[in-house]
Design a protein around this ligand. Structure first.
Ligand SMILES: [Zn+2]
Length: 236
């Protein structure tokens, strides 16, 4: 199992670690700041440096038993037990954190079950099971930006499995059930507007998201009405 440093500190850009497994295309470390793809958030990219050589990490995914797998090209020139210095592509990750935190606000603004969601570097969306006539881009955008300006705190916590089972309404994303069986599940609280299980990486405060724009509202099927967000200060 890889120690998930990104859960304790989403702002950590680099860490020292030790190689525990090397296979063609894969490197596993004892601890990592690389977030593995999950919950609609893409895995991190970055680099591992050892012995003066830099190895590019093109993606990160979850492995068996809580392993974090760093995806590399070919067989990395690393040995088990070797020390490496790991660095994530911070500007990319920070944009993903801004979008991820923005999607929590979108959850708070649109009162409907979430049927799916995804974020990328340049945009993010949630799908809602809702009537199209209830989605007004101007209203959603104004409410989102009010919550950004309110600069709400974002705090991680935990909820016991039994407590979560007794409060199924906390799970807002119908398509993704939080991982049970560890005794507790990680939660995220955004001010007093959103509280739900979530394993992603978030900002400390909503003000850091910056102004948002609703780029598009589109039907993606009977139960999927998609609201797509972009950053207002990005060049179009
Ligand atoms: Zn989250």
């Amino acid at each position: 199992m890889t120690i998930a440093l990104f859960h304790d500190d989403a702002y950590a850009r680099e860490c020292d670690a030790m190689v525990v497994r090397v296979e063609p295309g894969q490197v596993v470390l004892d601890r990592s700041i690389f977030y593995p793809t999950g919950g609609g958030q893409p895995g991190d990219t970055g680099s591992l440096v050892a012995g003066g050589r830099e190895i590019r990490v093109v993606g990160t995914v979850k492995g068996e038993g809580g392993e974090v797998i760093h995806q590399v090209e070919g067989l990395a020139p690393l040995a088990v037990g070797q020390a490496v210095s790991a660095t994530i592509d911070w500007s990319r990750r920070h944009r993903l954190m801004r979008f991820h935190t923005a999607l929590h606000l979108l959850c708070a603004v649109v009162d409907a079950p979430v049927t799916g969601g995804r974020m990328a570097e340049d945009k993010a969306h949630l799908d809602f099971d809702i009537d199209m006539s209830l989605l007004d881009a101007g209203v959603i955008e104004a409410r989102l930006n009010a919550l950004v300006e309110a600069d709400l705190p974002v705090e991680a916590g935990a909820i016991r499995d039994e407590e979560l089972d007794a409060n199924p309404g906390l799970v807002k994303t119908m398509s993704v059930q939080p991982p049970r069986g560890q005794g507790s599940v990680r939660t995220i609280r955004v001010g007093d507007v959103d509280y739900q299980p979530c394993g992603g990486t978030h900002l400390k405060r909503t003000g850091e998201i910056g102004r948002l724009r609703v780029a598009r509202i589109r039907s993606e099927g009977r139960r999927n009405k998609r609201v797509t967000l972009i950053f207002a200060d990005d060049p179009v």
